[in-house]
Design a protein around this ligand. Structure first.
Ligand code: DAH
Length: 344
């Protein structure tokens, strides 16, 4: 019987040594030391042994039991140690690795330019004005001397929402709105904002783009004020030696109306691809506020006069930074924006 115990012990010790989890160890403990284990079975038979035999057998059985318990404890401790080591290895942090770089955003070319333009005009005493993008026909056209059926409406294909409501086609309605609440007093405003036209998008057209509108009204405002203002503005945007020239044009809300060119800032006026060889680049529309516009807003057109101008912001951005497609300003391709940020 002692031999039987010996074989069982060897078997138990080898199984315990190769156990791979605490659960397995628990099962082995039950198998080898539990009430139904072979050891318990054998010990039950001790009653029928002689006192001498019982003594030696009992001692042996106890010794085996202790050996199994020790082996179980040793393996348990070993498995715990292995588990901690594995966890430490998997949760190891290499503090010497370089950190992840966060990319920082930058101002969009349009925003940057609008801020520059605003700063310039605020410095000249202008107030920034705003108006709604969903506008009444009344302000977008009628109060700007463009009554219903006027042929000049064809110049601006419009998105109508209702008969009398549309997406504004220009920032000029802010002129009408401002004059209406200004009680025949002097006005000096700049209004940047989005405008909408029913144009097909291509390299130079976008159904939504941005303009800024300038309006100055006072008792002694002349065309020279307009010229001086725009010349200073062009020099700020395109370089200190820029010249401007006025070309007669037509806008219903100004009389006389002009289109304004700036001397080419790339070739200085000699002629190059940017200015299409003629030394001048067309930048904006302007003029002296039409007396009808002043009168309709309750101004005394005999005593008060003003000038106004309207500029496409994308055009200024594209000229200033040599961008050849207006869509770059709206598709927000990160490669384009990064290139702009780097000043390339
Ligand atoms: N609103 C005009 C347009 O969108 C631009 C413009 C021209 C505005 C002359 C003015 C102006 O204030 O005086 O084409």
């Amino acid at each position: 019987m002692i031999d039987q115990l010996q074989t069982m012990l060897q078997d138990a010790l080898s199984q315990i040594a190769s156990a791979n989890s605490q659960l397995e160890l628990g099962e082995l403990k039950a198998n080898f030391l539990g009430k139904k284990s072979p050891l318990s079975e054998i010990m039950k038979k001790m009653g029928s042994m002689s006192p001498e035999e019982r003594k030696t057998f009992g001692m042996k059985a106890n010794e085996f039991k202790v050996q199994i318990e020790n082996a179980l404890n040793a393996r348990r401790t070993e498995l715990e140690r292995l588990a901690i080591a594995a966890r430490l290895a998997s949760e190891h942090i290499d503090v010497t690795l370089p950190g992840r770089k966060l990319s920082v955003g930058s101002l969009h070319p349009l925003t940057k330019t609008i801020e520059e333009v605003e700063d310039f005009f605020i410095g000249m005493g202008y107030n920034i004005a705003e108006g709604p993008e969903v506008e009444l026909d009344l302000y977008n056209f009628e109060m700007l001397n463009v009554p219903k059926g006027h042929p000049a409406r064809d110049m601006q294909d419009s998105f109508y929402i209702l008969d009398n409501l549309l997406l504004r086609t220009q920032t000029s309605p802010v002129q009408a709105r401002t004059l209406l609440v200004s009680d025949n007093k002097p006005v000096k405003i700049l209004c940047p904002g989005k405008v909408y036209r029913r144009d097909d998008d291509d390299a130079t057209h976008s159904h939504q783009f941005m303009q800024f509108e300038g309006l100055v009204v006072g008792s002694d405002i002349t065309m020279s004020d307009l010229k001086g203002t725009l010349e200073a503005f062009m020099r700020k945007m395109f370089g200190p030696t820029r010249e401007i020239r006025f070309r007669p044009s037509y806008f219903p809300f100004t009389e006389p109306s002009v289109e304004v060119d700036v001397s080419c800032f790339k070739c200085g006026g000699k002629g190059c691809p940017l200015c299409k060889g003629n030394g001048w680049i067309e930048v904006l529309g302007a003029g002296m506020v039409h007396p009808n516009v002043l009168t309709q807003a309750g101004y005394d057109a005999e005593k008060m006069r003003g000038f106004a101008f309207g500029v496409g912001i994308e055009r200024v951005v594209m000229l200033k930074y040599g961008i050849d497609d207006i869509r770059h300003l709206y598709t927000n391709d990160i490669r384009f924006l990064k290139q702009f940020e780097r000043g390339e």
